[in-house]
Design a protein around this ligand. Structure first.
Ligand SMILES: Cc1cc2nc3c(=O)[nH]c(=O)nc-3n(C[C@H](O)[C@H](O)[C@H](O)COP(=O)(O)O)c2cc1C
Length: 368
C-alpha cells in the first residue's frame, strides 16, 4: 500500500499529510481519508448483492483508511421501506456483510457499519405509520405515529440486535446515524420533538433518545471497537435547520453522547470549511472536538473538482490540511467524488489530475 502514497516530487500537492497512518479512537487506519456513507440500492431483499464487496474493497485498495457503509436499516419494521437498501439482520444479510468486511480487510482497510432508521421519512407502503418523536409532519407528508415509551424500548432492542449482528460480521466500528432529519435527529431538533417527557425539552433531554441508542449499541459491540455518532445541523429537506443555536447548546448535546459512550463524532456539513457558528472560524467537526475532546471526522464537498487539489483558499486541499495540522479534526470523509473515482486518493497522491473525473450529479446513478 505504501507505493500509492508516494507523491510525485514535481507536483506540488500537499495531500501527503493526510496519507500517513493514524490511530483513530483506538483503530489503526492506513490514512486519514474516510469514505462517507452513501445509500446505493444494491441490496435486494435487504441483503448486499455480490458486487457490494468489490465496491467497498476498491476504495480500501486505493487509500481510504476507514469506509463507512451506506446507511443500513436496523431490523425494526418501521426502520425503512425500500427493498434494495441493506439491513443489519441475522441470516443472509449477516453472511453477505461478512463477505464485505473480509474483502475490505484483505485490502488493508477498515469498515464501519452505519445503522439507520428513517423516522418520519419512511413511506407507509405497507400501512405501517412512520415512527417519530411527536407525530409532527411536514406539509404533504403522511400521518406519523408519536412513539410511546414501550416503542422506545422496542427501538433500543432493534439497535442492540443490529450491533450484535455487526459485531459478528466483523465490522471494525459502527456509526449511529443521528443526522440529516431521520429518526434520531428528529429527537434532537426542537421543531420535530415536542415531547414533554424525559426525551424532550432542553438540549440534554432531546439528546436522551439518541444517547440511549448509543448505550444500547455500546453494550453489545466489543469494547475495543469504536461507536461513532454522526450528527448534523441541517436536515435533508431543511438546510437552515439547527439542533443547536449556540456552542453551549451543542456542548449540552454532545456531552450527553460522550457520557453515553460515543468513541468518536462525525460532524456532517455540506461544505467542510464553513464556520458552524458566527464569531469563530471553527467548523462543526472543530467544535465537536473542542467541546468533547473526542476524535472527529469532517465532511462536505471535499475534492469535488480537480481544482480542490491546487493549493489555494480555505476550501482547497491546503485549507483542509492546515485544519488537520492544527488539530481541528482528525479524519476527512469523501462522499460524491468517490462514486465515479474509486481510486481518487491514489490519483491525488500521485498528482494524476488527468485521471480524476470531476463530480457530476449523474455519477449518483453509477456503480463503480
Ligand atoms: C447518493 C448519496 C447517498 C447518501 N447516503 C447517505 C447515507 O446513507 N447516510 C448518511 O449519513 N449520509 C448519506 N449521504 C451524505 C454523505 O455521506 C455526505 O455527507 C455528503 O454527500 C457530503 O459529502 P460530499 O460533499 O463529499 O459528497 C449521501 C449522499 C449522497 C450523495
Amino acid at each position: 500500500m505504501t507505493a500509492i502514497f508516494t507523491s510525485r516530487p514535481d507536483v506540488n500537492l500537499p495531500v501527503a499529510p493526510l496519507l500517513k497512518p493514524v490511530t483513530f479512537a483506538g483503530l489503526p487506519l492506513a490514512s486519514r481519508f474516510v469514505m462517507a456513507p452513501m445509500t446505493r440500492f444494491h441490496s435486494p431483499g435487504g441483503v448486499p448483492a455480490p458486487e457490494v464487496a468489490g465496491y467497498y474493497r476498491r476504495r480500501a485498495e486505493h487509500g481510504i483508511g476507514l469506509i463507512v457503509t451506506e446507511g443500513v436499516w436496523v431490523g425494526h419494521p418501521t426502520a425503512g421501506h425500500e427493498d434494495t437498501v441493506p439491513r443489519m439482520t441475522a441470516g443472509a444479510a449477516e453472511t453477505s456483510w461478512r463477505r464485505v468486511v473480509d474483502e475490505v480487510h484483505a485490502a488493508g482497510g477498515r469498515i464501519a457499519a452505519q445503522l439507520w432508521h428513517l423516522g418520519s421519512l419512511r413511506e407507509p407502503v405497507d400501512g405501517l405509520e412512520a415512527w417519530t418523536p411527536s407525530g409532527v409532519r411536514e406539509p404533504g407528508r403522511p400521518a406519523s405515529h408519536a412513539m410511546t415509551l414501550a416503542d422506545i424500548d422496542e427501538l433500543l432492542e432493534s439497535y442492540a440486535e443490529a450491533a450484535r449482528v455487526a459485531a459478528r460480521a466483523g465490522f471494525d466500528a459502527v456509526e449511529i446515524h443521528a443526522a440529516h432529519g431521520y429518526l434520531l435527529d428528529e429527537f434532537l431538533w426542537p421543531f420535530t420533538n415536542r415531547r414533554t417527557d424525559a426525551f424532550g425539552g432542553s438540549p440534554q433531554r432531546r439528546a436522551a433518545l439518541p444517547a440511549a441508542v448509543v448505550r444500547a449499541v455500546r453494550a453489545q459491540f466489543p469494547a475495543d471497537r469504536p461507536v461513532i455518532v454522526r450528527f448534523s445541523q441541517f436536515k435533508e429537506r431543511r438546510f437552515d435547520a439547527q439542533i443547536a443555536e449556540t456552542p453551549a447548546e451543542l456542548d449540552a448535546i454532545l456531552t450527553v453522547f460522550a457520557e453515553a459512550g460515543a468513541s468518536a463524532l462525525h460532524a456532517s456539513q455540506r461544505r467542510f470549511w464553513q464556520p458552524a457558528f458566527p464569531g469563530s472560524g471553527l467548523t462543526l467537526a472543530g467544535w465537536a472536538k473542542r467541546l468533547t475532546g473526542l476524535p472527529t471526522i469532517t465532511v462536505g464537498s471535499v475534492g469535488l473538482t480537480r481544482d480542490f487539489l491546487r493549493p489555494g483558499g480555505p476550501e482547497s486541499v491546503s485549507g483542509l490540511v492546515e485544519r488537520v495540522a492544527a488539530g481541528e479534526f482528525d479524519l476527512v470523509a469523501l462522499g460524491r467524488i468517490l462514486l465515479r473515482n474509486p481510486a481518487w486518493v491514489t490519483h491525488a497522491a500521485a498528482g494524476q489530475l488527468d485521471a480524476i473525473v470531476d463530480y457530476r450529479k449523474s455519477h449518483e446513478d453509477t456503480y463503480h
